[in-house]
Design a protein around this ligand. Structure first.
Ligand SMILES: [Fe+2]
Length: 190
């Protein structure tokens, strides 16, 4: 994998121009319509050949400090197949000091196929995995979503993430470095 194998920081325009969108629903995570995404961002993505597969909002913080450790894919989505390389486009709002942690699976772990508010994913208990990277992803980044990951926010300020799964020529999961290369005009010095 590339040297920035977990996250590559970008400076795309804000994904939402109205922050109220982040709190539309009490159920977290939830999907929103791409029509709520900043048209400037949609235009940039479309000019690179990308479509929008899904737009999700997550939060963690007071009362719910830790997201479930997960991979952003599911055998329910792909006829039994789980991708081993997935780029996801994230924008962070709220507590920008909060890091994302990636994990490797312990030998013998059996993956759990779960569904949370209609979003299927592969889930992991803490004893199933061990941490391998802990990175502040900034306000906008491509992150590697095929390696187990989570965000733990013990502060009293919510961390919100608007994440987009892009599609490309009919594929609904796009490899990480492919996504970074297509968006190279927006890659920040790492
Ligand atoms: Fe994720």
């Amino acid at each position: 994998m590339h040297e920035n194998q977990y996250c590559t920081r970008l400076n795309l325009p804000d994904a939402v121009t109205n922050l109220d969108i982040l709190t539309l629903d009490d159920i977290i995570p939830f999907n929103i319509s791409e029509s709520l995404v900043n048209p400037e961002v949609l235009s940039i993505l479309k000019s690179r050949g990308f479509g929008i597969d899904s737009v999700e909002i997550f939060k963690t913080g007071p009362g719910n400090p830790m997201l479930r450790i997960h991979i952003d894919d599911s055998p329910y989505l792909n006829g039994g197949y789980v991708h081993d390389d997935i780029g996801k486009l994230n924008w962070i709002y709220g507590n920008l000091d909060c890091n994302m942690t990636w994990f490797k699976e312990r030998a013998g772990n059996v993956r759990k196929n779960e569904v949370n508010s209609f979003v299927p994913y592969v889930g992991f208990d803490e004893e199933d995995v061990e941490p391998i990277a802990n990175i502040n992803i900034g306000r906008n980044a491509v992150i590697q979503a095929a390696i187990p990951h989570t965000v733990i926010n013990n502060s009293d300020v919510f961390w919100y993430c608007l994440g987009i799964h892009l599609s490309y020529e009919g594929f609904t999961r796009v490899p990480y470095q492919f996504m970074v290369d297509k968006l190279k005009d927006y890659v920040l010095p790492q």
